[in-house]
Design a protein. Structure first.
Length: 246
């Protein structure tokens, strides 16, 4: 049997916990910064400076809920960092309902936004059908990683990385607005927080956690949707999905 001394020595030291804490906080802030930077010209800037911002009401609700998710994630990281685990778990149960709301609104806006562009004469139906692939995959990725995070909630090292991956999936749209003309820049910046997490794992623990490896592979494959969105096959599917709302 492992002795008490061995158990204690196997636990991360104070310095390691402090590094983990500040790295996790920095990563959440980095994701939040990408969201603000990406949506500043088209949404946050006009909203905060009082410029006219004509959007369907559901898009404003969507913006508030998605921004709230970033705040919720930061609060959860802070609670764990300062050992308020009980409150973290209580808030975690609430976050399940919040995530369901987020996915519902995300799917709603996935259709509402392109429909609004069509009605305003800004996009053709084919352009709207092409775009539809991007947010739908975002929602699929978020739901998948979040669902896995709930299943692994009793394994903190897995849970926190799955939550990070779920949120990184949501940041795709923001980064796409920053690098809309550079696919390589888009991919590098979008995956840079995850790459940083993998480097941090390697330096602090001697190996990259398997969740981060799997997430990285999934995101690279998912990025390929950009190459598929204008294909005739997908545009046909997208038009069929949009047809009931036209």
């Amino acid at each position: 049997m492992m002795t008490t001394t061995a158990v204690v020595s196997a636990r991360p030291g104070v310095g390691a916990r402090r590094r983990d804490r500040w790295f996790a906080i920095a990563m959440v802030l980095a994701l939040g910064a990408l969201v603000m930077l990406g949506f500043w010209p088209s949404y946050f800037g006009p909203l905060l400076t009082g410029r006219p911002l004509v959007r369907p009401w559901v898009m404003h609700v969507h913006g508030a809920v998605f921004t709230g998710w970033m705040g919720l994630l930061l609060v959860q990281v802070l609670l764990v960092s300062f050992r308020r685990v009980g409150l973290h778990r209580t808030l975690g149960f609430i976050s399940i309902g919040y995530a369901l709301l987020l996915v519902t609104l995300g799917l709603w806006v996935s259709f509402a936004a392109p429909i609004a562009h069509i009605r305003a004469g800004e996009w053709t139906v084919d352009q709207a059908a092409s775009f539809l692939l991007l947010p739908l995959v975002d929602m699929l990725l978020f739901a998948g990683f979040f669902g896995a995070a709930v299943l692994y909630r009793r394994r903190p090292e897995y849970h926190k990385r799955l939550m990070f991956a779920a949120t990184l999936a949501l940041v795709f749209a923001a980064v796409g607005r920053i690098f809309d003309s550079s696919l390589s820049g888009f991919l590098i910046v979008w995956l840079s927080p995850l790459a940083a997490a993998m480097v941090f794992d390697r330096v602090s623990r001697g190996r990259v956690h398997p969740v981060n490896v799997v997430a990285f592979g999934i995101f690279v494959v998912a990025f390929g949707r950009i190459l598929l969105m204008e294909t005739a096959a997908w545009v046909t599917v997208g038009r069929a999905l949009l047809r009931p709302f036209l």
